[in-house]
Design a binder for this molecule. Structure first.
Ligand code: SF4
Length: 192
């Protein structure tokens, strides 16, 4: 789109990827969801929300056996909670790689806290004997952060208060402005 259409570009809504279960998708391992009213009712009015469920996109199905992160804090895998022989690490890593092009067209991501796939920093990590040894990012959340270090990334627990919401939205609009400028869709002196 040429620069003369910058006004039209400015009117388009920011694009935010969101864990599908947070917008009511019944995609959790048990077939349930975890909708967040602020995202579903308010944010959706102002932003285009793109639902993403890495476990479903990895072909794991609904319902599916729950998984958890097992290993060390440096190296862990996503293994079945009830059957540790179930290893879904590679399919989840592949989704992280396959989604790169789609995420490159997003202005932010809201992911589900504490998920072995979507978590950003507070997903429990266990050693092979089942003892919790710490917390880290889930496999998809980690892949997103590594591939797009400047992309506004947040989990739903950080959006519970107004300060967190405002801060995230400012980051989203600034990132969108820079992203569109890098594609020549906004003038370089355009600010938000
Ligand atoms: S993988 Fe992510 S989007 Fe899918 S159910 Fe789990 S937390 Fe929700």
């Amino acid at each position: 789109m040429p620069l003369e259409n910058a006004d039209q570009v400015c009117q388009e809504k920011p694009v935010i990827g969101v864990s599908h279960c947070l917008v009511g998708g019944e995609v959790r391992y048990d077939g349930g969801s975890k909708p967040v009213p602020w995202i579903v009712d308010i944010l959706s009015e102002h932003c285009e929300l793109i639902p993403v469920c890495p476990e479903v996109e990895a072909g794991l199905g609904v319902p599916r056996p729950p998984v958890q992160l097992v290993g060390s804090m440096e190296r862990f895998r996503a293994l079945g909670v009830e059957d540790p022989k179930l290893d879904v690490t590679e399919p989840l890593l592949k989704v992280g790689a396959d989604k790169r092009d789609a995420i490159a067209d997003m202005d932010g991501l809201i992911l589900k806290a504490r998920s072995p796939s979507c978590g950003l920093f507070d997903t429990p990590v266990f050693d092979v004997s089942g003892v919790r040894i710490g917390a880290g990012a889930g496999l998809f959340g980690r892949a997103c952060r590594e591939s797009f270090p400047n992309l506004p990334l947040i989990d739903e627990s950080s959006l519970e208060n107004e300060a967190g919401r405002v801060t995230f939205l400012i980051q989203v609009f600034r990132y969108r402005c820079r992203r569109l400028q890098s594609h020549g869709l906004l003038p370089d002196d355009h600010t938000v």
